[in-house]
Ligand binder design. Structure first.
Ligand SMILES: Nc1ncnc2c1ncn2[C@@H]1O[C@H](COP(=O)(O)OP(=O)(O)OP(=O)(O)O)[C@@H](O)[C@H]1O
Length: 244
């Protein structure tokens, strides 16, 4: 049986009177790679921020393992917005040392191994990195925290296909056993073959959650087609039973 790592119950989040997340319920199992899909503005980044513990005012409950408060969740989830606020002039090794002081779970050893495997030079300054190299750095810093949950918000945005493959390989290599990765990406097909599950967000809510295997084998669809069908107002046949 799958153990749930993350549970959101009845979570509502408003910003300037606008509802961004509406009575959302979601459970994410342990040791899974989960794709978070949805159009621009669907709320993917907001959902990750809520789970990671950086959003102060929301209604409902959010739990990662036994961590329920924002402070406790920050300790057990590594969010890819980790470089926000880092001095652009900092060198990569300085960033790692800084993260090491911030997070007791940070592994400088893992960070160094990841950047070496991605051909990044630790003496480079963050501000001097190309977009692709910056993304490599983001992934290295995020994964160097040894935690049970990783929240990766569009980690391959604007990345060429070869670099993307290397980043995906790195992610799979360095994911701790039993950890869960929630990953958003606008190009579903890029990550489809590594996903265990797909969660689709629309209209401030989760409109579908399904295992990737079920989509491929039972529904006979690619994840991309499944996503487009659901998003365009198609019906999840398993939920309606009208395909019987
Ligand atoms: N700082 C903010 N103030 C007001 N509204 C915001 C703010 N940040 C996000 N929103 C709104 O919240 C909604 C969800 O935004 P969010 O960035 O979470 O979506 P997303 O699915 O990550 O989008 P994208 O795919 O474009 O990154 C949007 O309607 C957006 O306009």
């Amino acid at each position: 049986m799958m153990t749930n790592l993350v549970t959101l119950s009845n979570v509502t989040y408003k910003r300037n009177l606008k509802i961004i997340i509406d009575h959302l319920n979601l459970q994410l199992p342990q040791n899974n790679i989960i794709g978070l899909l949805g159009a621009n503005g669907a709320g993917k980044t907001t959902l990750m921020r809520l789970i990671s513990g950086v959003v102060p005012n929301y209604k409902g409950t959010i739990r990662i393992g036994t961590a329920t408060t924002n402070t406790a969740r920050k300790q057990v989830a590594s969010f890819s917005q980790i470089l926000t606020g880092v001095q652009p002039n900092a060198r990569l090794t300085e960033i790692a040392n800084y993260c090491d002081t911030l997070y007791s779970d940070f592994s400088i050893d893992v960070f160094e191994k990841i950047i070496a495997s991605l051909d990044l030079d630790g003496t480079e300054k963050l501000s001097a990195l190309s977009k692709g190299n910056r993304m490599k750095c983001v992934l290295a810093v995020t994964l160097a925290r040894r935690v049970s949950l990783y929240l990766l918000d569009e980690p391959f945005d604007g990345i060429d296909s070869m670099t993307r493959k290397r980043l995906i390989k790195s992610m799979l290599t360095w994911k701790p056993d039993n950890a869960t990765i929630l990953i958003s990406d606008h190009h579903v097909e890029d990550i489809a073959n590594i996903l265990d599950q797909v969660v689709i967000l629309k209209h401030q809510m989760v409109i579908s959650q399904k295992s990737a295997e079920e989509i491929r084998e039972k529904d006979g669809l690619s994840i991309e087609t499944y996503y487009e069908n659901i998003y365009e107002g198609g019906v999840d046949h398993d939920q309606s039973h009208d395909n019987l």
